[in-house]
Design a protein around this ligand. Sequence first.
Ligand SMILES: NC(=O)CC[C@H](N)C(=O)O
Length: 360
Amino acid sequence: MQPRRKATLTLEDGSCFHGYTFGYDEEATTGEVVFNTAMNGYNESLSDPSYAHQIMVMTYPHVGNYGVPPRDKDSNGLSKFLESDHIHMHAIVVSDYSYAYSHWNAVQSLDSWLKEEKVMGLTGIDTRALTKVLRERGSMKGVIVPEGVKEVPAFKDYNKINIVAEKSPKEVLTYGNGKKKVVLVDCGAKLNIVRNLITPDTTLIRVPWDYDFTKIDYDGLFISNGPGDPTMCHETIHHLREAFNIGKPIAGTCLGNQLMALASGAKIFKLKYGHRSHNQPVRRVGTNSCFITSQNHSFCVDSSTLSDEWNELYVNLNDGTNEGLIHKEKPFFSVQFHPEACGGPTDTLFIFDEFIRSIK
Ligand SMILES: NC(=O)CC[C@H](N)C(=O)O
C-alpha cells in the first residue's frame, strides 16, 4: 500500500469530490474538467497536446494497470509509443488507480511518469457521479487541491488563451524525400499524424501554426489537431484562405476540420461536454458506411452555416453533429474525428491514403 495524500476536486459550480493523489502532488492544479469514456489509451491521451489545460476524468474505472511505455524514438526522431514527448493535460482523475502494472512494453508506472512530468493524478473518485455532473451541467473549470497545500490557483478562462501557440513547434522540420511535397501545419499535432504522413511517396514539411506555408511550393497541405478554441488561430485561418485560392489538395483532422470551416466562412460552437472516447460512430454522408472513431473535441462545426461550396462529409450517429467537410469542386476535405487513432480504432486510417492519393 502506497502512502496516500487526500485531495479535493472542486468544480466551478461548487461541487466537491474527495479522493487521494498519485503522481505529482506538491502543488494544486487547475484545468477544464472533461470526461473520456475510452477503456484504454491513457498514455496516448496524456501525451496528446490537444488535452493542454484540461483535467481528464476517465469513466473506465481501472487505470494504470498496463503501465507506461518507453520513451524510445524511431529513425525520424519521433517518439515510438507516445503522441508527443510530454504530458500536456493538467491532471487525470480516476476511480481506481492500479499501482501494480504489467504489460510487455511497460517500463514504468503511471504514478512515476506523472511525478516526472509534474502532473497530478487523483484516485478514489466516484467518476460516474462526477461524469453525470459534467454531462448535465457541461464541462467546467476545476481545481484539485492536495491536503496541506495553501496556494490555490485561480480558474482561467481557457477560451481566451491561444493554447495552440503554446503547443505548436517553434521550428520547421522536414522528413523523407518522396516526390509529393506535403506541408503539415502543426497546431499541437499528435505524432501518429506525422508518422502517417511520412510515406515513400512524400516529403513532409512540418511547420508551426502561424507559419506562412503559402510561400512553400507544396503539393498537399494537412492541418493537424490542436488544443483550445480554434477561433484564436487567426494566422492559420488567414493562410488557409490563401491555400483555398491556390487550390492544391488540403486535408485536416479535428482542429483542422474546425479551421477549414472557419476559413470557409462557416461557424463553430462549443459542445456541452464534447466527444472523448474511442467508440464514436460516424456515417459517411450519402452512404450507409459507418465507422467507429476515436475522438477528442469540445468544439464543433455548425453545418447549417456551411456555404454553398461545401458539403458535410461525415456526421456523428449519436448526436447528429458534424464530423467532416468536403469541398464540392476542389480537392479539400477534413474530418472531426481522429483517423490516426492512438489510442483507438484504426478503422479510418484510409483517410491518410485518400489524402495522399489526391495529390497529383
Ligand atoms: N483534438 C483536437 O484537435 C481538439 C480541437 C479543439 N481544441 C476542440 O476541443 O474541439
